[in-house]
Design a protein. Structure first.
Length: 107
């Protein structure tokens, strides 16, 4: 059985971190909210254009802006018209540091 040392954490960077973040939206639901195709598209745009290390270390407000800005640039008005997408990006902004920090398993 592997034990998790809570003091030891390793940051997943680059493609690995992006895959972890995108993987949160593969199912039909995330945290009790439906995930539509528009939500997946918005999250993919945001994650593709963000520096994951900067995202993991920024304060929560900055993380929200970091995820929203590329979506607004690529799809103006999308987040105003699709509250589902905006809400998922906000949730991801708050969850991202914990998702990117991967626990190291020790035996």
């Amino acid at each position: 059985m592997n034990a998790v040392d809570p003091a030891a954490a390793m940051t997943v960077t680059g493609a690995g971190a992006r895959a972890v973040l995108l993987g949160q939206f593969e199912d039909a639901w995330r945290d009790g909210a439906p995930v539509f195709a528009c939500c997946r598209r918005s999250v993919a745009i945001a994650v593709e254009h963000v520096d994951v290390v900067d995202l993991a270390t920024a304060d929560p407000t900055a993380r929200v802006h970091m995820l929203r800005e590329p979506v607004e640039a690529a799809q103006p008005g999308q987040l105003d018209g699709h509250r589902c997408c905006a809400n998922h990006l906000a949730d991801l902004a708050f969850d991202a540091p914990g998702l990117i920090a991967e626990p190291i398993h020790t035996s």
